[in-house]
Design a protein around this ligand. Structure first.
Ligand SMILES: *Cc1c(COP(=O)(O)O)cnc(C)c1O
Length: 349
């Protein structure tokens, strides 16, 4: 049982789609139709009229492309963070020549919104970055509260919604670039990054005219063909099948499944003496990170070897302190969570 917070297990229809006859994305008109349909379906899941682009590369490519395309050398970027992915945005910004100001909190605290407001009041920024679900700590950040503080300032917003999009509502229409990935709540294979890009963001990207690198979003917008390079056609077809499942079930039903799975996971954890790493109020409906100081790798190994259940440990200094159950996408099922927690109970025993 693959119960990690991405990649998730694949539904049978997604595995079938991945086994379809290959379409040549450059010459087969059927591929162009599939790609169009995929973008429309993504728009429905994002809940936006903004253009959505699908990049051939895993989630990190989406984060890097957002930064590479919007940040010119010397640009000032405010990186709001309470976790490893939030911190990582500052590193990316610096790598592309921007000046990053990290406004951060401890990994088990909420986003530092007062500090954000003071920072934005103090100087002009071009961009603000933040993370919706900090997967390594199981924290779901209050994006609306953060975006409220940003609203009075003339800045673009870039949000990593990789492990929330498709599992819980994301306020995409308040975000200039919102990034998702195929292998998290969509339950498609890893390999595609998806970005919604607002008109304001396209204007900035066009003005900045980024270097002609794979990370440049502009060719995905301008090209006569909406994909400038040979697309990862097998993954595109598989992602479309995965989105069909979400849309057929209905997004409200899907979000409710995530909430229920998360509640059961935490309830069972509490009965085993395990508490979520962040305050339960801030725990994400897509992933639970249990605090197990100094025991995470040993527990992970026993679960895998003795029970054939695969979980993740922590990241960013929490490698042995946090054990993570992914209840996202196809795995947002109470029954699967019960089975996982049965195995964890046996191991703890
Ligand atoms: C998974 C994830 C990513 C992308 O990382 P991958 O290497 O594609 O798995 C980015 N941000 C967050 C918050 C994630 O959970």
């Amino acid at each position: 049982m693959l119960m990690t917070p991405g990649p998730t297990a694949l539904p049978p229809s997604v595995r079938e789609a991945a086994g379809e006859e290959l379409l040549n994305p450059d010459v087969d008109p059927a591929f162009a139709d599939r790609y169009d349909a995929l973008k429309r379906k993504l728009g429905r899941i994002y809940g936006t009229d903004d253009e959505v682009v699908v990049l051939g590369g895993e989630g990190i490519l989406g984060l890097e492309a957002a930064v590479a395309s919007t940040v010119a050398p010397g640009d000032r970027v405010c990186c709001l963070s309470n976790g490893p992915y939030g911190d990582g945005f500052a590193d990316l910004v610096e790598a592309y020549g921007g000046e990053a100001t990290l406004v951060d909190a401890n990994y088990d605290d909420p986003l530092p919104l007062d500090a954000l407001e003071r920072t934005l009041d103090g100087e002009d920024f071009d961009l603000v970055t933040m993370v919706h679900c900090e997967t390594p700590t199981g924290t779901l950040n209050d994006l609306d509260a953060a975006l409220d503080r940003v609203a009075a300032h003339d800045v673009l917003t870039v949000v990593d919604a990789v492990s929330s999009l498709g599992g819980t509502p994301v306020p995409t229409d308040r975000i200039d670039i919102a990034i998702g990935a195929s292998q998290k709540c969509f339950s498609a294979p890893p390999g595609l990054a998806v970005c919604s890009v607002s008109d304001a963001a396209w204007e900035r990207i066009e003005a900045r005219d980024p270097d002609p690198l794979y990370t440049n979003l502009l060719p995905w917008h301008e090209a006569e063909q909406p994909y400038p390079y040979t697309h990862l056609s097998t993954l595109v077809v598989a992602l479309e099948a995965a989105l069909d499942l979400l849309l057929e079930a209905g997004l409200d039903t899907v979000y409710e499944r995530h909430r229920e799975a998360a509640l059961v996971c935490r309830e069972r954890g509490r009965n085993l003496g395990l508490e979520p790493f962040p305050d339960p109020e801030r725990s994400s409906p897509t992933v639970t990170a249990f605090a197990v100081p100094g025991r995470a790798t040993a527990l992970q190994e026993r679960l895998r070897v003795d029970h054939d259940v695969t979980l993740s440990t922590g990241l960013g200094g929490l490698e042995d302190d946090v054990l993570r159950v992914g209840h996202m996408g196809y795995n947002a099922e109470v029954e699967k969570v019960e089975q996982t927690m049965d195995a964890l109970a046996a191991v703890l025993d």
